[in-house]
Design a protein around this ligand. Structure first.
Ligand SMILES: Cc1ncc(COP(=O)(O)O)c(C=O)c1O
Length: 382
């Protein structure tokens, strides 16, 4: 067993981040205070959108986005099978049917050509198309617009992997109707747990804020019944407590100051991996894009060798991970929605040989070399 363990991802916390959180602990507002709006404003400015609504996790943010899009019992949403469970679970939380579809081999993201065929297999109207910018590859949102218009659906980009990614001049977050980010510690910036929905629609932002805080209105102009006075509040729909705290928001705002460095360093590590692995005979490298923000660096080995290579790397302290076990092969999805092996051949092919190599901003060049050396050893050992 090796002395060092290199995780596939981890947070990068500065003294300024620590000070930012401490200053909140010394202040008046631990939650529902001014730092929440400050962090939301900072994210909106960074992404270049009108509204940002924070949530207590990326999963809660997805739940809010599905609700705001009108996903409800008797409706459906289309998502790729190659994703984390939360993408499609959020549809089920709203009582909707998750309709899964295959990926495109060029992007490893939801295949735009598969969306309408998948929608055609279910009776329920589709309220949302949910492409995932897998690994930080900025999937082209305009490719989903026609299908969304024909189906009468909104496009919700699950950009949990893709804060800081760019499509030409557009930061990820500007093009979909709503875009969801996660601030889990392995992501580009962290609030420990946390997430955000960004949108240019004031109407959607309003629905998201209501849903995040119990469905309770407090401002006189939001009342549907008579407003009784400054103490009054009215619950107009079922909502949740999905609020992000001021402590978490302070950490997020401080982290966001370093986003350019975080993305740049991830890209540097990806370039190093590409150069060092370009000649490796037994692996496939991930699709590249000038605006990729490299949350993950996935590689592919032959499916028959993945377990062996994975175990050898882990045994030598290289904390590789697999993204993902396809959703349609999870027991719950099989049993509840009658998915079967063979339903999404490309997803299954890519998933069966995938290994995510360590990539995070504090990784040193020698760590990258260590991963590559151990990968060569693992691949060579037969
Ligand atoms: C693609 C994707 N969607 C959603 C989520 C959920 O985010 P969170 O962990 O912040 O709830 C994740 C988290 O890893 C993810 O990778």
């Amino acid at each position: 067993m090796s002395e060092i363990f290199l995780p596939y991802g981890r947070q990068s916390i500065s003294e300024d981040d620590i000070e930012a959180v401490i200053s909140i602990l010394r202040g008046d507002w631990l939650t529902t205070g001014p730092m929440v709006e400050k962090f939301e404003g900072d994210v909106a400015d960074y992404v270049g959108v009108a509204h940002a609504v924070s949530f207590s996790s990326g999963t809660a943010a997805l739940h809010g986005a599905m609700h705001a899009a009108g996903v409800a019992p008797g409706s459906a949403a289309v998502a790729p099978s190659l994703t984390f469970a939360a993408t499609a679970n959020s549809v089920i939380y709203c009582g909707g049917r998750p309709v899964l579809a295959d990926i495109s081999p060029d992007t490893l993201c939801l295949d735009p050509g598969a969306v309408e065929a998948a929608a055609g297999h279910v009776a329920e109207p589709v309220r949302a198309i949910v492409p995932v910018s897998f690994a930080g590859y900025p999937v082209k949102i305009t490719d989903f617009r026609d299908a969304a218009n024909r189906l009468g659906a909104l496009v919700i980009e699950d950009a949990s992997h893709a804060l800081g990614a760019e499509r030409g001049l557009h930061k990820v977050g500007q093009e979909a109707d709503m875009t969801v980010f996660s601030f889990h510690p392995v992501k580009h910036i962290t609030t420990a747990e946390g997430g955000m929905v960004v949108t240019n629609s004031a109407e959607l932002a309003k629905r998201l804020r209501l849903f995040r805080s119990h469905g309770i209105v407090k401002s006189p102009e939001d009342f549907v019944r008579a407003y009784a006075g400054a103490w009054d509040n009215d619950m107009v729909e079922l909502g949740y407590n999905y609020r992000l705290t001021d402590m978490a928001s302070a950490l997020g705002a401080s982290q966001l100051k370093n986003i350019d460095y975080f993305v740049m360093r991830r890209k540097e590590i990806a370039v190093m991996y590409r150069e060092m692995l370009s000649e490796a005979p037994d692996i496939v490298l991930p699709p590249d894009h000038p605006g990729h923000s490299y949350h993950l660096f996935p590689i592919w080995v032959d499916g028959s060798r993945r377990k062996d290579v994975f175990d050898r790397l882990r045994g030598n302290g290289i904390g590789v991970q697999v993204h993902y076990v396809p959703l349609h092969l999870h027991t719950y999805y099989r049993e509840k929605f009658a998915f079967f092996e063979g339903d999404f051949p490309l997803t299954e092919k890519f998933s069966s040989g995938e290994i995510s190599l360590p990539i995070f901003p504090d990784m040193l060049d020698e760590h990258v070399e260590l991963v590559v050396k151990n990968l060569a050893l693992a691949l060579g050992a037969r």
